[in-house]
Write a protein that binds this ligand. Structure first.
Ligand code: LLP
Length: 420
């Protein structure tokens, strides 16, 4: 069980809030976060990197709730964004534009303009075509665009294929030899300024070796660039540090950052990290009620009020998330249940074959749901999205309300009858 959750007298607690009691005030399903856990996770990076010139750019996609961004702004975080939507969220949360890096293979004209206008730290360039467009737009706007090139080091991150981004078959980044050429071209452009180099090889990595190999690839290229008179201000090593969902043994933040700092040695460039999952995953929980218990032959199902639209990771990646009964029962026999939602797809599940003693109406807590949980949620099956609650000590803040039916159809129109 996650160390953020504590069981006291059969009940689950997050900080000083008892989840069973929380579910009296708030209908399920809901997401809830521990503010302390987010702060501790961020501070682990900060402490590990003390003494090293660095910037921690939280990857907004992991969880983009503006209250979470606000918490991180207060701790001095920068942000890794991939859309204008994320950019505006960071600004709403009070984020400093000078601490924003903009990643992504398909930045639009409009997105580039907005990012130039507010003066972000860096565009992480993922293709020559993107560089050419940015150079054109920055010329029109008469603003020098700060850039780094995202290198694809062709390294196997040993993670789920959907979230491995550093192999040459993936759409991300530019291979090292071509990246070199692009740097040389960028150096001759009038409206871009080379400030860094970047890579991100994947997510939920549980070993340090692939990170080290990726950084070594960057360092080799940097030396080559330096020989050609191209000096950099930062080296962005991306995000991707894994967390423990079941029995994974990812390196600690300290061990991971230490290895990379050792490799970078006494280089003068600032090191940028783009962690997402390792900041928020274990800080979030999805609380759901067992609507019905059902048997089909020998199989037992716990049909919950949360579904794949609320938490897509099990359905999309086959991910394992620990599921705990909110209140322990002692007198019910335990059985193996598939924990499923009400959505009309066989792939709608939160967990398979979980041994639980539960009855209809019980609450379940889906653990480690803070990263890529709410941020990947949808309205599939026309289900309003769940609210998000932030726990801070004994206080509970509603940081996102439950969607209503009006929210569901906002912007939709019936076709008006026209006279013939
Ligand atoms: N930087 C870039 C450029 C990224 O693409 C990502 C994640 C990160 C940083 C943050 O990586 P993290 O530290 O969170 O591993 N939906 C998937 C994960 C997709 C990750 C996409 N990129 C999941 O639920 O496992």
């Amino acid at each position: 069980m996650s160390s953020i959750l504590v069981r006291k007298n059969k009940q689950l607690w997050v900080e000083q809030v008892c989840l069973q009691e929380l579910a009296v005030s708030f209908e399920t399903p809901f997401y809830t976060y521990s503010n302390d856990a987010i702060k501790n996770n961020f501070n682990a990076y900060k402490t590990a990197l003390a003494g090293q010139k660095h910037l921690i750019c939280y990857a907004v996609k992991a969880n983009s709730n503006i209250a979470i961004l606000q918490t991180l702004v207060q701790l001095g975080s920068g942000f890794d964004i991939v859309s204008q939507g994320e950019l505006e969220r960071v600004l709403m949360a009070g984020g400093d534009p000078k601490k924003i890096v903009f990643s992504g293979v398909g930045k639009s004209d409009q997105e580039m303009r907005r990012a130039l206008e507010i003066g972000i730290l860096c565009f992480n360039i993922e293709s020559e075509a993107e560089l050419i467009l940015l150079n054109k737009i920055s010329a029109e706007m008469e603003i020098l665009a700060p850039i780094s090139v995202r290198v694809n080091p062709d390294i196997d991150a040993k993670t789920h294929p959907y979230i491995a981004t550093g192999l040459k078959e993936s759409k991300f980044g530019i291979d090292a030899a071509e990246a070199r050429q692009i740097y040389l071209r960028a150096a001759k452009m009038d409206n871009v300024r080379i400030v860094g180099i970047d890579c991100h090889i994947g997510s939920q990595l549980t070993e340090t070796k692939p990170f080290e190999n990726a950084l070594s690839c960057l360092l080799e290229l940097i030396q080559d660039l330096n020989r050609n008179g191209i000096m950099l201000e930062h080296i962005d090593v991306g995000g991707g540090l894994g967390v423990r969902y079941r029995d994974e043994t990812p390196p600690s933040v300290e061990a991971y950052t230490q290895k990379l700092m050792e490799l970078a040695g006494a280089r003068r460039e600032m090191l940028i990290f783009e962690p997402g999952r390792s900041i928020v995953a274990n800080a979030g929980f999805l609380v759901t009620s067992v609507q019905f218990v059902k048997r089909n032959g020998s199989k037992r199902f716990a049909i919950c009020d949360a579904a794949m639209n609320d938490m897509l990771r099990p359905s999309l990646y086959g991910s394992f998330l620990d599921i705990q009964p909110v209140c322990l029962r002692q007198n019910e026999p335990a059985h193996f249940y598939d924990i499923v939602g009400p959505i009309c797809e066989t792939g709608d599940f939160l967990g398979y074959e979980r041994e639980l003693s539960i009855v209809q109406g019980d609450l379940l807590c889906v653990c480690d749901a803070g990263a890529y949980g709410f941020s990947m949620s949808s309205n599939y099956n026309s289900r309003p999205r769940a609210p998000e609650l932030m726990i801070s000590g004994q206080d509970v803040h509603v940081v996102r309300e439950r969607e209503t039916i009006d929210d569901l159809v906002r912007g939709e129109h019936l076709i008006l009858k026209t006279e013939k």
